[in-house]
Write a protein that binds this ligand. Structure first.
Ligand code: PMP
Length: 420
């Protein structure tokens, strides 16, 4: 069992919010808040160890380099990667996917090849593939979902073929919370010779991640959804795949030797990390990993599932509220619309904000998914380790009040006859 009071005490933004009003933060799927240990690690780095890495002979630079590379080792341990060099630092999940599309995709895709993505994908796992498909002639195919927001496994099996070069799917849907059975999906893809990229942005903070058990070829995530800083993320790739990939961006640090005629490139991981990296971000990410692992994923999972069940039960009681995404396996994300009376999700979000409750409204960077669901947007609450049953109750109570107030408004109906 998590000691939620002790956890909350480590989040200044929750205990002493600067906006005055107590904060009910239900938007962790967008970005988690940061515990003080992460802030302290970053501040400590800036206070005593900051210098550019790799090239300095002086001790300070060597220390900064050591901290940066220690962060990589921490990430590798967290993911149970076979080797730290399989873990590349990027700006986040988006950049990680773009890197694979731009380098592996450019080198390997040709007309007739297929990239299989799913209806549940975030735009960051759609658009990079569209860009590379346009330049290579490869085709994108989309795994359909059922009305509950679960992947259609039969359709997937039929879509897989020797033409499938890559399957790119998320482990958890950010918009609906669906948890995809990625281990099975990966095994099925491998059986036809396809590689698999897993977008773990919405998973890594909620459950154990094990690259060697999962056998994903590429895996991506962002620090800011894992109680760490923004601007840092990870691309995991199997060593033999990364080594065969051409470089992504050119610049300092990624070379072995440069002449005006020709450049030879550095080995892993530097080949894919051109320029000065986000050193303090890597340090903060390592601290976030230390922090989340100290809580234990079994306890985290149990707490977040309890919040999800409570939220689902409470929101289902609100007349006219329709939950979108009712998959059997869901993470702590709940999406809904209000149809009776019809209320714009923007208005729901704004009315909740007036009560100090932060949720997200809109298409959640999943416009094709919204279209499949027959809506243009949803309201979404998402839970982190610091959320409480009281907060969920406050959300449900506020939604009831908002709904009842809207129901009391006189309906504006179009006049039967033209007025003029
Ligand atoms: N994939 C999923 C499932 C996400 O939820 C997000 C962030 N909303 C991303 C990718 C992109 O992450 P980032 O913006 O940190 O690059």
């Amino acid at each position: 069992m998590l000691d939620i009071a002790a956890i909350r005490a480590q989040f200044p933004i929750l205990t002493a919010p600067t906006a005055g009003q107590p904060l009910i933060y239900l938007d962790s799927a967008a970005s988690t808040q940061q515990p003080i240990s992460v802030m302290a690690a970053i501040a400590d780095y800036h206070r005593g160890h900051h210098a550019n890495i790799h090239r300095g002979v002086y001790r300070l630079s060597r220390t900064a380099t050591r901290l940066h590379e220690a962060a990589r080792e921490r990430v590798a341990q967290f993911l149970n990667a076979a080797e730290p060099v399989e873990c590349l630092f990027t700006r986040g999940a988006t950049e990680s996917i773009n890197l694979v599309a731009a380098t592996w995709g450019r080198a390997n895709l040709q007309p007739g090849d297929e990239i299989l993505i799913s209806t549940l994908e975030h735009h960051s796992n759609i658009v990079p593939w569209q860009l590379i498909a346009a330049t290579t002639g490869a085709q994108i195919r989309v795994i359909p979902i059922n009305d509950a927001g679960e992947l259609d496994r039969d359709a997937y099996r039929h879509q897989l073929s020797p033409r499938t070069r890559l399957v790119a799917i998320n482990q958890v849907s950010n918009a609906l919370g669906t948890i995809n059975p990625v281990a099975e999906l990966i095994a099925e893809a491998h059986a036809v010779g396809a590689l698999v990229l897993i977008d773990g942005a919405q998973w890594v903070a909620h459950g154990k991640t094990d690259m060697q058990a999962l056998d994903a070829d590429f895996y991506v995530f962002s620090g800011h959804k894992l109680y760490g800083p923004t601007g840092i993320g990870v691309l995991y790739g199997k060593r033999r795949l990364l080594e065969a990939m051409p470089p992504y961006q050119g610049g300092g640090d990624m070379i072995e030797r440069v002449t005006f005629e020709q450049t030879t490139y550095a080995g892993l991981p530097n080949r894919f990390e051109a320029g000065t990296p986000h050193i303090s971000g890597a340090v903060g990410l390592a601290a976030a990993i230390d922090w989340i692992e100290s809580l234990g994923f079994d306890a985290i999972g149990a707490h977040e599932q309890a919040l999800l069940q409570q939220a689902t039960a409470r929101l289902m009681q609100i007349p006219g509220l329709e939950i979108k995404g009712t998959a059997q396996h869901k993470s702590g994300v709940i999406s809904w619309v209000m149809t009776d009376p019809p209320l714009a999700t923007l208005d729901i979000g704004t009315a909740l904000d007036l009560r100090g409750i932060c949720i997200r409204t809109g298409h959640h960077c999943c416009q094709p998914l919204m279209e499949r669901l027959g809506v243009s947007s949803t309201a979404r609450a998402s839970f982190g380790v610091y959320n409480t049953a009281e907060e969920v109750a406050a959300l449900a109570a506020a939604l009831s009040v908002i709904r009842d107030a809207a129901a009391r408004q006189p309906r504006i109906t179009a006049p039967a006859e033209p007025v003029l």
